[in-house]
Design a protein around this ligand. Structure first.
Ligand SMILES: Cc1cc2nc3c(=O)[nH]c(=O)nc-3n(C[C@H](O)[C@H](O)[C@H](O)COP(=O)(O)OP(=O)(O)OC[C@H]3O[C@@H](n4cnc5c(N)ncnc54)[C@H](O)[C@@H]3O)c2cc1C
Length: 225
């Protein structure tokens, strides 16, 4: 007799949710992802995925695409306000860790990850904001959403970010995120601005963080493995 497949409920379609769903699907677990917001493209700033994260993206077949759509970070160079070079870290990442660190726009990353999840037949439901969880011993777990609907599963994964409703359910008295008072500034520049920049760092005044500006959503082209 074949065992019925287990069902996972994943809350949040940011970075971790759809990726976890892809791996669960591959392991024979039926994973469904529920996201609070409508599907959107083009939202978010930039981020750098470190080599360990790039290994995960490689595992789901997205590393090369993210390198193509982003830019490899050669190092982190620190400068004082007056322009004096203070130091440099994170050099030769690919050589040391098997993957480079890659700068990319969050929108592009999210678009690619969600496209990949769709290609791997992960069910993604948008406009499903988790409001409560019914967690009963030896019975399916039930997630209740703000629109009055609910979903049942054998287990539930919270991938709902820094203000996680799942974490608040599991650890009601746990630590809460707080405002540190620090503000980060960033920006995007067209890659073409750096096309003629030589890659040997000695010849360059400073390293730059350049990411692709391509953010338009296109239906994913699903490649068979
Ligand atoms: C300004 C900034 C810069 C950063 N830069 C980097 C960087 O360079 N490199 C790096 O590795 N990390 C960076 N991080 C951290 C990184 O963004 C997080 O670690 C990462 O996004 C966590 O992924 P996640 O999938 O767990 O959560 P998220 O990406 O936050 O996704 C959570 C998802 O859950 C959804 N959600 C929330 N509540 C509910 C609910 N009740 N019901 C349903 N869905 C819900 C949200 O809408 C969202 O889509 C940065 C973070 C910030 C804020």
């Amino acid at each position: 007799m074949t065992k019925p497949s287990r069902k996972a409920i994943i809350i949040g379609a940011g970075i971790a949710g759809p990726v976890a769903a892809i791996f669960l699907k591959r392991a024979g677990i039926d994973a469904r992802v529920f996201e609070a917001w409508p599907y959107s493209a083009g939202i978010g700033g930039g981020l750098q995925i470190a080599p360990n994260g790039m290994h995960v993206l490689a595992e789901i077949g997205l590393a090369d695409e993210m390198i193509r759509r982003g830019s490899i970070a050669e190092s982190f160079d620190f400068y004082s306000q007056s322009g004096a070079r203070l130091g440099s870290i994170n050099r030769n990442m690919e050589q040391r860790f098997g993957q480079p660190a890659v700068n990319m726009s969050r929108a592009t990353l999210n678009e690619e990850i969600i496209g990949k999840a769709w290609c791997e037949n992960v069910e993604l439901a948008f406009e499903k904001r988790l409001v409560s969880i019914e967690d009963r011993a030896d019975q399916p777990i039930i997630a209740h959403f703000a629109d009055g609907t609910s979903a049942e599963g054998d287990f539930l994964i919270g991938a709902d970010g820094v203000h996680s409703a799942v974490r608040a359910h599991v650890i009601p008295d746990g630590p809460k995120p707080f405002d540190t008072g620090l503000i980060g500034f960033g920006g995007f520049v067209p890659r073409s601005m750096f096309e003629n920049t030589r890659s040997d760092s000695a010849s360059r005044p400073r390293s730059v963080k350049a990411v692709s500006l391509a953010t338009a959503f296109a239906a994913p082209t699903c490649k068979t493995a």
